[in-house]
Design a protein around this ligand. Structure first.
Ligand SMILES: [Zn+2]
Length: 655
């Protein structure tokens, strides 16, 4: 980024930023002459009391929020961006990624912090994105015969523990309800971390015949996974929104076909809605879903940190769960009178969460704030009146505003989500900054000059400054803007795709592996695909990174080992079966596939390491104890649902 960009100059902004607290409307609100002196005094006193109360309440909430927000930003001294506008982002993406991410989300009006750690409020702008994903995905899965439904939030301990591997994967993060008011429950009840065990007893009951198959159900809900690690909005939160699909099939083929169909839909959500490139592949045995048969995944890449991120997973569960829950049908190949053993159904589960939104923000947004891909932007085009001065007559202003209303109507009729910003008391420059913070893809400026020439001045959010500006005749607006929005989508995708491709390195020599990771790449290496070897690679790459860092011992943050992201479906050439060795020098096995390794993005950089935490490793116990006290006391005091915590195993990779 050039220093020019950092100054947040706004094209065409000639006025200074007004004080936002000055509200002309307030002057008119004071009551005059209609109240007695006493009544007025009393009213003033009541108003003061109310204001004080509100302030106190706000302070209480803010205490929690500030602590949370503080944690979110790096503890290294913030580098304030030179000349950053008062309302803008004041830390640069490249200097303090965590702080930047937090500001982009809160100042962009996407999200707010909450007084229960790890929980966040999704404001309308981000919820709109989720609704867009919902609507697109619903359409696709309904065409496949999937039906939506709703199962309860609670699950009994017996049922939850029915599948051993599965619950082992989840146990540490299950939140339990143990009391109703002050009365202990006879049996504690879990809050679902996912719904396999909630739903499958009913699959056993409902699936009576092979004619009931495939059974395909989906629910849009939230689940709770009580993470101990540092929360990150959208990426790692204790409660998150997602969809979870659960299907049952007669044959493995039928299940396998669906796994890939869903994975394609996930890839399309990322690529066609969010302009985010992903790599499709299969998880290794080590990284697959707990209790499942195999897991497929879409993997993304965050250029700012050089880390990989799991985008969504589609699992084939095989017959493991159907055996545990007794989900069987009679064999359709049985002849009359013949008694063949019943068949266990083949099952899938698949989930996509609001993490999608976080990935999108991290990839596209910049130091001016959010950059929203047009297809998920609640407002795609904002029209801002310009050129109104003290000399402008009421008549001229009314005429300009009426023309702007016509432009909004024209665009709306063309299928564009368009609005105008006629807020009084703010300069055009202030409004430009405000809409840039909120990521609106296209800004149209319309003033007396444009009116006279019958054109609009258009500015692209994704290309700040003069390069992103153009003029469009009003007669062409209804076709030009939809086209421009598509161009913006394609450009956002292309830029992100080029970056991801440039940072997917093909490595065949171990000595190049860690340096490549440290240079913000993910690496494809010939690998034996064994769990044991993957553990070794993780450990060795962590140790190697430490040796390479050259920093004094105590100043050095614990370094993070590499994890396998996926075995990409799209395999490079070069592995000769029976000849090519696994890249791990301590592994004697042959390479099976090219496997993509990388650091995992859930930590946003260094601040977790500063707490003594590795990016993707188990937490040190001491931190857990602190968290327990902190979280435990605040939740039980405020909600009367005491929450029991388990031990320490990372889980985020499972969804
Ligand atoms: Zn190996």
């Amino acid at each position: 980024m050039s220093t020019q960009d950092a100054k947040v100059p706004v094209e065409g902004a000639t006025q200074t930023l007004p004080d936002r607290t000055q509200n002309p409307a307030e002057d008119k609100a004071a009551p005059e002459g209609e109240m007695s002196k006493n009544a007025a005094k009393k009213a003033a006193k009541l108003a003061k009391q109310a204001a004080d109360k509100e302030e106190r309440a706000e302070k209480d909430v803010n205490k929690g929020l500030k602590a949370e927000a503080k944690k979110a930003s790096s503890k290294t001294p913030k580098k304030k961006m030179e000349g950053a506008a008062l309302i803008g982002i004041d830390v640069a993406k490249e200097d303090d990624f965590a702080g930047w991410y937090q500001q982009v989300l809160t100042k962009g009006d996407m999200l707010d912090y909450y007084d229960v750690s790890g929980c966040f409020i999704l404001k309308p702008a981000s919820y709109f994105i989720w609704e867009t994903i919902q609507s697109w995905f619903n359409d696709k899965i309904k065409k496949m015969g999937v039906r939506n439904c709703s199962f309860p939030l609670f699950v009994s301990e017996d049922v939850l523990q029915k599948e051993k591997d599965h619950i082992e994967g989840f146990a540490p993060e299950v939140a339990w309800v143990t009391h109703a008011g002050s009365t202990p429950l006879e049996r504690k009840i879990a809050i679902r971390p996912t719904s396999e065990t909630v739903m499958y007893p009913y699959y056993a009951k409902w699936i009576r015949s092979h004619r009931d198959l495939p059974l395909r159900l989906n629910q849009w809900n939230s689940v709770v996974r009580w993470e101990f690690k540092h929360p990150q909005p959208f990426l790692r939160t204790r409660e998150f929104l997602w969809q979870e699909g659960h299907t049952a099939h007669l044959t493995e083929e039928s299940a396998a076909e669906e796994v890939l169909q869903i994975l394609d839909h996930y890839a399309h959500v990322y690529e066609d809605l969010l302009a985010v490139p992903v790599v499709k592949g299969r998880k290794t045995e080590k990284e697959k879903f707990a209790g499942g048969y195999y897991t497929t995944t879409v993997e993304g890449y965050i250029p700012a940190t050089g880390r990989g991120i799991q985008g969504g997973t589609s699992h084939c569960l095989g017959q493991n769960f159907s055996k545990m829950f007794g989900i069987t049908v009679e064999d359709p190949s049985s002849k009359e009178g013949e008694r063949k053993p019943p068949l266990y159904v083949w099952q899938n589960s698949w989930g996509l969460s609001t993490r999608t939104i976080g990935v999108m923000v991290m990839i596209h947004s910049d130091n001016r704030g959010l950059v929203l891909p047009p297809r998920v932007a609640e407002i795609q085009t904002i029209i801002v009146p310009v050129g109104i001065t003290a000399k402008t007559t009421d008549e001229e202003r009314t005429k300009l505003y009426s023309e702007i209303d016509d432009l909004v109507a024209l665009l709306t009729a063309a299928g564009v989500r368009a609005e105008s910003d006629k807020r009084e008391g703010y300069s055009p420059g202030w409004k430009f900054n405000d809409w840039e913070l909120k990521g609106v893809p296209v800004r149209l400026e319309f003033g007396p000059g444009e009116s006279a020439g019958q054109y609009v001045t258009a500015a692209r959010r994704d290309i700040p400054g003069k390069d992103g500006k153009t003029t469009i005749p009003i007669s062409e607006l209804s076709t030009a803007i939809p086209k421009l929005l598509d161009t913006i989508h394609n450009d956002l995708f292309r830029r992100a795709d080029e970056e991801f491709r440039a940072h997917r390195k093909i490595i065949t020599n171990w000595d190049d592996f860690v340096p490549a990771l440290n240079a913000k790449n993910v690496c494809l290496i010939p690998h034996c695909l064994t769990e044991e070897c993957e553990d070794q690679i993780k450990e060795m790459s962590a140790r190697k990174a430490e040796e390479d860092s050259g920093e004094p011992q105590d100043a050095r943050a614990p370094s993070m080992g590499a994890k396998s992201l996926c075995i990409p479906f799209d395999q490079p050439e070069g592995i000769i079966p029976g000849v090519t060795k696994c890249t791990n020098p301590h592994c004697t096995k042959l390479a099976e596939k090219w496997c993509m390794f990388g650091h995992i993005e859930t930590t946003l950089g260094k601040e977790e390491q500063m707490n003594g935490m590795n990016g993707d490793d188990e937490l040190p116990y001491i931190f857990c104890v602190q968290s327990h006290r902190e979280f435990g006391s605040s939740t039980s005091a405020s909600t009367s649902i005491p929450v029991v915590f388990g031990s320490l195993v990372p889980f985020y990779s499972k969804y």
